[in-house]
Write a protein that binds this ligand. Structure first.
Ligand SMILES: Cc1cc2nc3c(=O)[nH]c(=O)nc-3n(C[C@H](O)[C@H](O)[C@H](O)COP(=O)(O)OP(=O)(O)OC[C@H]3O[C@@H](n4cnc5c(N)ncnc54)[C@H](O)[C@@H]3O)c2cc1C
Length: 238
């Protein structure tokens, strides 16, 4: 594989990496650099966590960039606002074009002879979650030191089929799971899917977000506002 040579590498396109890039390109405009980001998007913490109510702990006048002060009225900001602020900053200074997504740094080796770091990575991969609700048999094997368990049954098989429908970062729910939910989420109903081991197509739903203010989307448009058993989902995803 051919190596790419740059003056500076920044690892991570979170609020710190974007800030570092700004200061680097401002102080040393002739230096070449890239930001290596393991995920598919920038923002770090503020892109990763999407749970309702996520917000900063400290005031954004302090957490924000000195070179691009926080102008919103709310000092304690919600997650999406902070993510928007980081994204806008990256775009405003052309930093977004320096980011190489899906570049997960695994190893950095220094060569004194060449006075150079060599960075190696592995291809990043994303996980999708399939979640079904129903009877299953659980078996535990272990001792006081170690415990392992497995679940068997049609509910488990269905979870696996649903997982196959989930792309990286997505959660796909069975119809029974959607019906069992007590809080509300935004989800779209996927086209009926014929999957291994079933004679009839299954109905599955892909979560598009949690709705703090539920909005009912007509089923005819392929949308759904359904209840979400918060603990069940959080337990599965955390
Ligand atoms: C709910 C919540 C509230 C918070 N409130 C505050 C607050 O008010 N004030 C405060 O100071 N802090 C707060 N924090 C902490 C917050 O995470 C940091 O302030 C800040 O967002 C960290 O930014 P960062 O860029 O350093 O790291 P991150 O946001 O974690 O970003 C790191 C980035 O690097 C990438 N990365 C990591 N390892 C690799 C690798 N090996 N290769 C490639 N890419 C990699 C990650 O994918 C990620 O995009 C809060 C955190 C949470 C969860």
């Amino acid at each position: 594989m051919q190596a790419d040579h740059l003056d500076v590498l920044i690892v991570g396109a979170g609020i710190s990496g974007i800030g570092a890039a700004y200061h680097l390109q401002t102080a040393f405009p002739k230096k070449t650099y890239a930001i290596l980001e393991g995920r598919e998007s920038l923002g770090g913490t503020w892109d990763l966590f999407r749970y309702p109510g996520i917000r900063s702990d400290s005031d954004m006048y302090t957490l924000g960039y000195s070179f691009r002060p926080w102008r919103e009225a709310k000092a304690i900001a919600d997650g999406p606002s902070i993510l928007g602020y980081v994204r806008d900053t990256a775009e405003a200074y052309g930093i977004d074009k320096k980011i190489r997504y899906r570049h997960l740094v695994q190893k950095a080796t220094w060569s004194s002879k060449d006075a150079r770091w060599t960075i190696e990575g592995l291809p990043a991969f994303g996980l999708g979650l399939g979640l079904s609700t129903g009877p299953a048999a659980a078996a535990l094997l272990g001792s006081a030191e170690r415990l392992e368990y497995t679940l068997v049954g049609d509910t488990v098989n269905l979870s696996q089929r649903l997982q196959q429908l989930a792309s990286a970062g997505e959660t796909v729910l069975s119809e029974a799971t959607v019906q069992s939910l007590t809080e509300r989420i935004d989800a779209v109903r996927l086209p009926p899917q014929l999957v291994k081991g079933r004679d009839t197509p299954i109905i599955a739903y892909k979560i598009t977000g949690t709705a703090s203010q539920p909005v009912a989307v007509p089923a005819a448009q392929g949308g759904l506002s359904a209840g979400l058993g918060g603990a069940a989902i959080e337990g599965e995803t955390s």
